[in-house]
Write a protein that binds this ligand. Structure first.
Ligand SMILES: *Cc1c(COP(=O)(O)O)cnc(C)c1O
Length: 394
């Protein structure tokens, strides 16, 4: 198949025409159970009436204004996100990588404003993923993504996960901040222990460093609390959000405490499209649903059910499934086969959509509106596929 698209993706062959809840439909009527949710983006599934309503209403009023004017929807979104978190201030952009760029800039400016301009380096972690811009690729440190693009953006030092002594040894006179995903997504659905997150908080406090959480994938209810780090009982100084925030409409946010953002004044950062009225209206509609009880508690119980069904598969196919990982509805199966192979088998054999990650992990990220019934259907279809796969030689 030839295509005029830059060949950086290898899309599956079917073409989806519409979606409803957890289902995606092709033009010729095939339906797929979507347990990938566009990589944890379609938090409320497809065609959610409340999101459709918010988008349609706002589309008749204003799409874009520019940040030269006040934008009511976005101001309201900032108030709600800061009221629900550690943060005092929010900046809106259009993608995860841009939210992380903002986080990096806030951290560097913080130290500059405190007459410590030499502190501009950021510690990141092995297996991290922070985006595909030049700086966020460097933050992720994955050679596979960095190779061939010229000199790597300087200012990031990588440390091993879960080894606080090694992190302490990485902190130097130039260190400004520590940046981490509370649960690594692309890196293989690796939850970071709450103990390690607390140790990082203590280390940052002891050395005057800022703590940045990249909750682009794990935030907005995915793990059963509005933000994943809330389960560790500590808070960062800066946090990036994206994927689930717009429920499929592109919007990202960088949240910060007033103290962390002390170097950001008019002109220090910007975005043309960021925080436009359409994006703000849709993200507010996502929060209407996610923040209303018992939505988050339901995610925890549905996550427990999905996890127990995955554990059953792991017990049934021990030669094929190595481990079940994750929290809430952010789960993964580590297998002995490669993840792309597992994803393809589930798609072609069971019409189930999942997402590959590193470390032979197949991500299971259903829309947060998934029901127990959907989970049982998913499990039944997975079991058939895995029975089939485990009969075939690898
Ligand atoms: C997806 C993701 C990003 C990058 O988001 P984009 O919208 O693709 O720029 C950054 N960090 C994490 C943890 C992600 O999952």
């Amino acid at each position: 198949m030839t295509s005029a698209l830059l060949p950086v993706f290898q899309p599956a062959p079917m073409v989806f025409e519409h979606g409803e809840g957890v289902w995606l439909f092709t033009a010729n009527g095939e339906r797929y159970l979507d347990f990938g949710a566009g990589i944890a983006v379609n938090a409320l599934g497809y065609s959610h009436p409340h999101l459709l309503d918010a988008l349609e209403r706002q589309s008749r009023k204003l799409w874009h204004l520019s940040n030269a004017y006040r934008i009511a929807e976005t101001e309201r979104l900032a108030e709600r996100l800061t009221a629900a978190s550690f943060a005092d201030l929010a900046f809106f952009a259009n993608s995860g990588a841009e939210a992380n760029e903002c986080a990096i800039k806030i951290a560097r400016r913080h130290h500059d404003a405190h007459d410590r301009p030499e502190r501009w380096r950021i510690l990141t972690f092995q297996g991290a993923f922070h985006g595909r811009t030049l700086a966020t690729m460097a933050a992720g440190g994955n050679r596979k993504y960095l190779n061939g693009f010229g000199p790597t953006v300087d200012g990031f030092d990588q440390c091993p996960l879960e080894d606080i002594a090694a992190v302490r040894a990485c902190v130097g006179p130039q260190t400004a901040a520590i940046m981490i995903e509370p649960i690594q997504g692309e890196g293989g659905l690796r939850p970071v222990s709450h103990r390690f997150l607390r140790q990082l908080r203590e280390l940052c406090d002891a050395h005057g460093l800022l703590l940045i959480f990249d909750e682009i994938q794990c935030g907005i209810g995915r793990t059963g609390t509005l933000f994943a780090h809330q389960q560790a009982g500590i808070a960062p100084d800066i946090m990036s959000l994206a994927k689930g925030l717009g429920g499929g409409f592109p919007i990202s946010a960088c949240l910060a405490t007033r103290a962390a953002a002390c170097g950001m004044m008019p002109g220090a950062h910007g975005s043309t499209f960021g925080g436009n009225p359409l994006a703000g209206a849709v993200a507010n509609a996502v929060l209407d649903i996610v923040m209303e009880a018992p939505f988050l508690a339901d995610i925890r119980s549905k996550g427990a059910l999905l996890r127990s069904r995955l554990e059953e598969m792991a017990a049934r196919y021990p030669d094929f499934i190595v481990q079940v990982r994750g929290h809430g509805l952010m789960l993964g199966l580590q297998t002995t086969r490669s993840a792309p192979e597992v994803v393809e088998a589930l798609r072609t054999h069971a019409r189930i959509l999942t997402i590959a990650a590193s470390d032979n992990v197949t991500r299971v990220l259903p829309p947060l509106i998934v029901t127990d019934e959907d989970i049982h259907l998913f499990a039944a279809r997975c079991n058939e596929t895995f029975a089939h796969l485990s009969r075939q030689p690898a």
